[in-house]
Write a protein that binds this ligand. Structure first.
Ligand code: DX5
Ligand code: ZN
Length: 230
């Protein structure tokens, strides 16, 4: 059975009780998803590098899955590399002509690389750099805000990435981000996602740890079905 990573998005947590919200999950997660927004690439602002540093300091063993929704990577990228995060995804739509160099910069710093795609962006746009990716993040909502409705057509992109990976013998993980909850998680797993970001669905719960246990069971069912159909 393939391993599927659950990545709660801290954007969905209570900003005044972040550590309490992390503790409420009782380690029933794999990664912490950190959304970085610059009010330019997206229409919102979120966490900065000092927050990422504090997160690393308080959770030295956590896999910090960082999703940069920013322009100006020349300035922003070193700040998050220095903060000690585990993986950095950059959007294909920002400075796309520099994507090869940017991914190499992340890799050379010893950090895992991710390429993120907004809903309208086709996979063809990143085919030439997929060999440099440890992860491809498929956005299933317009980036910028939690709590939006899942865009169903994102699953087609996930299937396309699964088939390119098999044909070309690549190793990237496929992550999906936005609008995922207990009702669509099985479809997401069946499409072939390896990492699943969830924000509002996790933290709106009174008992996120228990809810995540239920999600884990649904994921197990879905991935067993997936293995059977392969
Ligand atoms: C949106 C962010 C997501 C967001 C997901 O731009 O990238 O990570 O927090 O939140 P939900 O699960 O509420 O859609
Ligand atoms: Zn995200």
């Amino acid at each position: 059975m393939r391993k599927i990573f659950i990545a709660p998005s801290l954007l969905g947590a209570d900003p005044l009780n972040l550590t309490a919200d992390i503790e409420r999950m009782k380690n029933n997660f794999d990664w912490l998803h950190l959304d970085i927004m610059d009010a330019h690439f997206v229409r919102n602002l979120s966490f900065g590098p000092s927050f990422a540093r504090a997160l690393r300091k308080n959770y030295p063993d956590a896999f910090i899955d960082t999703h940069l929704m920013t322009d100006n990577l020349e300035t922003v990228l070193p700040l998050f590399i220095d903060a000690g995060v585990s993986l950095i995804s950059v959007h294909a739509e920002t400075e796309s002509h520099l994507l090869h160099a940017v991914l190499s910069q992340i890799k050379n710093a010893g950090i895992k690389t991710g390429i993120a795609l907004c809903p309208p962006t086709p996979v063809t746009m990143i085919e030439s750099v997929l060999n440099l990716a440890d992860l491809v993040l498929v956005m299933s909502v317009t980036p910028g805000f939690g709590g939006q409705k899942f865009i169903e057509s994102s699953l087609g992109k996930v299937r396309e990435l699964v088939s390119i990976r098999a044909v070309k013998n690549y190793n990237y993980l496929i992550e999906i981000d936005g609008g995922i909850n207990e009702n669509n998680i099985t479809r997401v797993v069946l499409a072939g996602c390896d990492a699943i970001v969830m924000g509002s669905a996790v933290f709106r719960n009174n008992d996120p740890a228990l809810w995540l246990e239920g999600i884990r069971a649904k994921i197990k069912e879905g991935s067993e079905d997936c293995d059977r159909t392969r």
